[in-house]
Design a protein around this ligand. Structure first.
Ligand code: FNR
Length: 387
């Protein structure tokens, strides 16, 4: 039996042969190395957040308010990190968040493909963003049977929304994640100061440009007139959905429907009543609004309101210890965002795999050392507020 924690033995043994990890195992060094390797405009886009970035800082620091109480003599030599998520048996309770410019984070500009390949190797689901440099069908091919979910930015054109969802279904994605908090872009000073918004420059729009419905909205194809195609895209991108739109969204697919950006218990209850299969508690990593509340602090309320409905969580997760704390607070699965983008920037598919393995190794070893062999052992009562 192997465990994620065994990765440390691999690293130490490689060290005996003089080999050091190519990519750092901890977030602080990973981030610094990735920022040094990436073009400044891309660093601003990936690392930046809304307003003075208070929310994204507090997303991270919120984890430090909690400590895991060690338990001894429980027999944690064997651990089980597996979960069942929407019918998918997963080896670990994590997934890769949708990152719209993930393609650009790869040195070959094909980060969506690299992410799918890493998902395939690790069995860690990828949530593929609507923003992609290759059509979603190609991402699904690269997943090659590994679980993937498709994230939808709902356009104002309903036919286009339907087309994207049906394409995702046909391609074999296991669920549709509808992001609710991004029908308009939040105020992002780092990008504004560089006047840089990648999609307006024509990047990551392959899902639109390859879509038969989108193409009917154009006078000339994107290959013939990129500027006009981008302008058309900008005109239909963001749909300020209301509760009245939910029955329509629900009717589009039989796949699990997961709503991303739910942060209030009343919204969670109402979404479940309207047929949502999963609630995704997230503040978009502080990129969309600088409201000031850490997503982690909102998680317990969402978990309570969601009852038996799975709760996905992201925003501020930087380590295996963070994953464990989010699980203890009731998350069913925990999203890794910026860290895997940085792994990709430094070492492609292998870089993503290394980041995921490092996070999972830390989580597994925490379960081992602190005596929580099963995820179900991790409860709010396993945590203590640190003063
Ligand atoms: C995102 N996120 C995001 N979310 C989404 O639903 N669709 C998308 O296309 C994107 N694009 C995107 C780009 C970049 C550069 C980042 C950093 C994030 C949000 C993402 O899914 C997730 O909610 C955050 O990344 C979580 O925050 P941390 O943990 O990365 O800080």
């Amino acid at each position: 039996m192997t465990y994620y924690g065994d990765y440390q033995t691999e690293i130490y043994n490689a060290g005996l042969a003089g080999e050091l990890p190519k990519v750092p195992v901890n977030f602080k060094d990973l981030e610094a190395r990735a920022h040094a390797a990436m073009p400044p405009g891309l660093v601003a886009y990936v690392a930046g957040g809304c307003g003075n970035e208070h929310t994204q800082r507090t997303n991270v620091s919120a984890f430090e308010k909690w400590g895991l109480v060690p338990r001894m003599l429980v027999g944690a030599a064997k651990r089980d990190t597996s979960i069942d998520l929407f019918g998918c048996k997963l080896p670990a309770p994590i997934f890769m968040c949708p990152i719209g410019v993930i393609s650009l984070c790869s040195q070959d500009g094909r980060g969506d493909v690299a992410t799918a390949r890493a998902a395939h190797t690790m069995g860690v689901p990828m949530i593929a963003s609507t923003f992609s440099s290759v059509p979603l069908e190609q991402v699904a091919d690269e997943l090659d049977g590994a679980p993937g979910f498709f994230q939808l930015y709902t356009p104002t054109d309903r036919e286009l929304a339907e087309s994207l969802v049906h394409r995702a279904e046909t391609a074999g994605f296991k669920g549709i994640v509808v992001t609710l908090d991004t029908w308009v872009t939040g105020w992002r000073p780092r990008d504004l100061n560089l006047s840089n918004f990648p999609q307006l420059r024509g990047y990551c729009l392959a899902n639109y440009f390859s879509d038969p419905v989108f193409r009917t909205l154009l006078e000339k194809s994107p290959e013939e007139d990129l500027r006009a195609a981008v302008k058309r895209w900008a005109g239909i991108f963001g749909n300020p959905l209301t509760w009245d739109d939910l029955p329509w969204l629900r009717s589009l697919t039989k796949l699990p429907l997961i709503l991303k950006g739910i942060c209030h218990p009343d919204d969670a209850r109402r979404a479940i009543d309207a047929g949502a299969d999963g609630i995704y508690c997230s503040n978009h990593g502080g990129r969309q609004a600088n409201g000031g509340i850490a997503a982690l602090d909102l998680l317990p309320g969402i978990v309570e309101a969601s009852g038996t409905t799975p709760v996905l969580f992201d925003s501020g997760v930087r380590s295996g210890t963070d994953v464990i704390k989010a699980i203890a607070l009731g998350a069913t699965a925990v999203g890794i965002g910026r860290p895997y983008a940085y792994g990709l920037a430094l070492d492609g598919v292998d870089g993503i795999i290394h980041v995921l393995r490092s996070i999972l190794a830390e989580a597994d070893l925490l379960m081992a050392v602190d005596g929580y062999p099963r995820l179900a052992d991790l409860q709010p009562s396993s945590l203590m507020v640190v003063r």
